[in-house]
Design a protein around this ligand. Structure first.
Ligand code: URA
Length: 218
């Protein structure tokens, strides 16, 4: 039973031993989320990768470095927002999340949203966008288009953005990401002016490199 006074930290502790799906077997640890537990802005990515699985923190690899730069461009740090993923455990070899894994993990994401109560949820890439919008439209169609929705019983603005990894594979995508990030202050009801950011040089990671399309980034 969920206690009425449960905190995000308590829920994270309970989730650390999750065995709802097969990913429990291969993980180093559950990557629950990181950031301000009362953030107005929440980001939802896809799933932990190699570095996230090792460190227990989302978006600490190359895509995470770019996410931090994009955040800095709108005067935000990762501590100001909350960052989570659709899946809390790393899929083997960074493969795509499977439908049954998404379904098993969904209650964790929805409980996080209930407890954090964000005003804006920025979905990074196809998996988070399709799950939280409840629509099959891909990120290429819907990025940069905010939508007023009720999620986990709360009114939120859903704001789909390309996954930062897309700009690591396709550098031209950085401009699109910057333009979409630039609207975040307005969506959150502040007037901060965004600044230009540059993508970090990709470093080889021990994961198998795959074209962006195969990764479901577009
Ligand atoms: N990509 C994601 O979607 N999530 C992470 O935590 C890291 C990379």
């Amino acid at each position: 039973m969920i206690a009425a006074t449960e905190t995000l930290e308590e829920y994270a502790t309970a989730t650390a031993s999750c065995t709802r799906c097969r990913l429990a077997q291969g993980r180093t640890q559950v990557v629950f989320g990181y950031g301000n537990p009362h953030a107005d802005l929440m980001f939802v990515g896809e799933a932990p990768g190699f570095h996230e699985d090792k460190q227990g923190v989302p978006f600490v690899g190359q895509a995470g470095k770019l996410l931090e730069k994009l955040l800095a461009g709108v005067d935000l740090r990762r501590e100001d927002v909350y960052i989570a993923n659709v899946l809390k455990c790393r899929p083997p070899g960074n493969r795509d999340p499977q439908p049954d894994e998404i379904e098993s993990c969904e209650p964790h994401l929805f409980r996080q949203i209930e407890l954090i109560e964000p005003k804006v949820i920025a979905t990074l890439g196809n998996f988070a966008t399709k799950l939280l919008s409840g629509r099959p439209l891909g990120i290429t169609r819907v990025h940069g288009q905010e939508q007023a929705l009720t999620i986990a019983g709360r009114s939120v603005v859903l704001y789909p953005i390309y996954h930062p990894a897309a700009a690591l594979y396709t550098p031209a995508m950085l401009k699109v990401l910057e333009a979409d990030f630039a609207r975040l202050p307005e969506l959150m009801g502040s007037g901060v002016q965004p600044a230009a950011v540059t993508a970090p040089e990709p470093e080889p990671e021990p994961a198998v490199a795959a074209p962006a399309e195969q990764l479901g980034l577009f």
